[in-house]
Design a protein around this ligand. Sequence first.
Ligand SMILES: Cc1ncc(COP(=O)(O)O)c(C=O)c1O
Length: 435
Amino acid sequence: MTATLPHPAVYAGADAPVSGRLSALADTLIGSEVLKIAGQVNALIAQGEAVANFTVGDFAGDFGLPQTLTDGIVRHYRAGATNYPPSSGMPALRRAVADFFQRELGLDYRPEEILVAGGARPLIYGFYRAVANAGDGVLYPVPSWNNNHYVHMVGGTHYPLPTGPETNYMPTAETLAPYLPYVSIVFINSPLNPTGTMISAEALERICKAVVEENRRRAGTKKPVWLFYDQIYWMLTFGKTHVHPVALVPEIRPWCVYIDGASKALAATGIRVGWAAAPADATLAASNILGHVGAWAPKPEQLAVAEFLDKPNELHGFLCDFKTKIEARLQKIYAAFQNMKNAGLRVDCIEPQGGIYLSVRFKLRGMTTPDGRVLADDEDVRNYLLVEGKCAFVPFSAFGVKNGDGWFRLSVGGVSETQLDEALPRLQNVVQKLA
Ligand SMILES: Cc1ncc(COP(=O)(O)O)c(C=O)c1O
């Protein structure tokens, strides 16, 4: 190790006691922090509490699949499409995704460069496995959704890069430069879960150029750096334009992996259809890996999604209505936070950009509750807002941030308009009660 080598981070579960009965991975892997909080919230709801659940990145109530997609799935089940699909995905869907990428994003990928799986998760895991050896460095900005777990699962070396609101929680060419020589993967997600922020064309272009430069330096001497671009929320943007690597810097294409899917844009988290676009060798490698896992999307779902993607008018009609509802909720919350802030309350909120999330801040540490308890940390703040305000949020610490400083993720997918209208005054009321 040279003095200039950036210090890798240690995975939070790494020091867990080893049972000797199960694998070291089983002993050290941490479960989803978000689901842990969701469990607490669901227990309260089961006791009859009317909690506004802003925790899960999922959909409920009036958010559901496009009707023609549901009909298509049922039709294909009835027609008996219930045997094994090919492990790389149904040819009809790989072709439909290639056409969809061409039409909507100007991207030129052949069907054999498209991999389909049971949602974006297996694709992320499969491509990590396809390009990273144990020990390889992975750079991911923090806060980040689950990259720490994927890096741990592949035995990689963690390089979490702290980011802040000033860069929309995105890395920049400057901030990642010290790490670039030591990593095999740079992972970027835009629109970003958990913050609802997006990367700018200029920032992404400069990062892509830095990766291309690094790979030119490495040519033939060291494994290249891959840029993973998770754009699962790209169809849900509000006022800002989604940008993506190959359109900005075509030279990045040999080392770029797009992660995408139906889960978020079609309010279809449960049908488990994801797709990725990458060079054919990496696609085949990830397909072989996932083939042994059997992480396929069911055939009827794949066939129905292919048909749906082939109908741009229906797709855009659905998106228009869906986005209007999501944006209305995001804007209502943003306005409520602005009002609270203007009234002198210690809260903040970043303007909605994309996805189903808002970054909201409750700078309430050190304040005292009406019954005399001091809120010592963000966990106390979270519990106070949940128990007294009946509003559930996820602190940024669940996304790898060391000192969240009062920032939380708020997801709007699981709340109705009515719940929102009731929750916002309740929230203001409990924040006002602190001294
Ligand atoms: C940024 C991001 N990528 C990928 C996924 C996984 O999507 P899927 O449900 O298709 O596995 C999620 C889900 O929350 C996500 O937020």
